[in-house]
Design a protein around this ligand. Structure first.
Ligand code: 13P
Length: 256
């Protein structure tokens, strides 16, 4: 995934309530995406809306993603969505292991399976990691290292170019925009994540892994987090549902 382009992923979570509103938000994103030069937008709507949106595969500025996939291909798994289904409605990306799914009981082992399944079937896996809180001893570094290594434990090296690590500290999600991480701190975390990746896979393998930040991003902090954080893009929650707010985020990132 990683190239000269920045990546901004819209995680709509369990919103909006109906297809009319979903279409409206998506159309607004599509319009803005046409103006972007260096940024690709990935919209991850609830899966029931996925097939409402037709995306021209030649359009390199806009892509579709799903918020979750299952770790098995098909079968008696009530309520789950398989990777082939996601692909066949046009998804190119899948969010894997979001903290909001982890609190619902998704384990490291399940997440590892999902990440491997996604990349082997040709999707780009947006693998989410993030600590619940921070401690003075830096134990959260150990926690994050384990999360990264475990989530990617079944991914073969040759698929690493389809892996995106989204660092979303749980304490910064759904907060005020002032509570988002500062760009310099984001930069430090990006270095740490790269170090863990290179220790696990070898330096020569990890160039293609994009790193995103998520957690209370808005138009005011988006540009600086990407620029001074020296990361590849953002994973945006609430503001991705606001056509105006999201447009400003995209413009800010594209100007970096
Ligand atoms: P907010 O942008 O609403 O804080 O959500 C972040 C997030 O969880 C994106 O996946």
């Amino acid at each position: 995934v990683k190239n000269q382009k920045k990546l901004v992923v819209a995680n709509w979570k369990m919103n909006p309530a109906g297809p009319g509103e979903a279409r409206k938000i998506f159309s607004a994103v599509r319009r803005v995406s046409g103006l972007l030069k260096r940024t690709k937008v990935v919209v991850c709507p609830p899966a029931v809306y996925s097939s409402l949106f037709k995306i021209d595969r030649k359009n390199k500025k806009l892509a579709l993603g799903v918020q979750n996939i299952f770790g098995q291909l098909s079968g008696p798994f009530t309520g789950e969505i398989g990777v082939q289904m996601a692909k066949n409605v046009g998804a190119e990306f899948a969010i894997v292991g979001h903290s909001e799914r982890r609190v619902l009981g998704e384990t490291d082992a399940v997440i590892a399976q999902k990440a491997a399944m996604a990349v082997e079937w040709g999707l780009n896996a947006i693998v989410c990691i993030g600590e619940k809180s921070r401690d003075q001893n830096g134990d959260y570094f150990g926690f994050l290292k384990t999360e990264i290594q475990s989530a990617l434990s079944l991914v073969k090296k040759k698929f690493l170019g389809q892996v995106i690590v989204a660092y979303e500290p749980i304490w910064a999600i759904g907060k005020s925009f002032k509570d988002a991480m500062q760009p310099r701190e984001v930069h430090e975390m990006a270095i740490f994540i790269k170090k863990v990746l290179s220790d696990s896979f070898g330096k020569e393998w990890i160039h293609g892994v994009a790193i995103l930040y998520g957690g209370s991003v808005n138009y005011e902090n988006a540009g600086l987090i990407v620029k001074d954080g020296q990361i590849d893009g953002l994973l945006v929650g609430r503001e991705s549902l606001s056509p105006e707010g999201f447009k400003e985020i995209l413009k800010a990132v594209d100007a970096v």
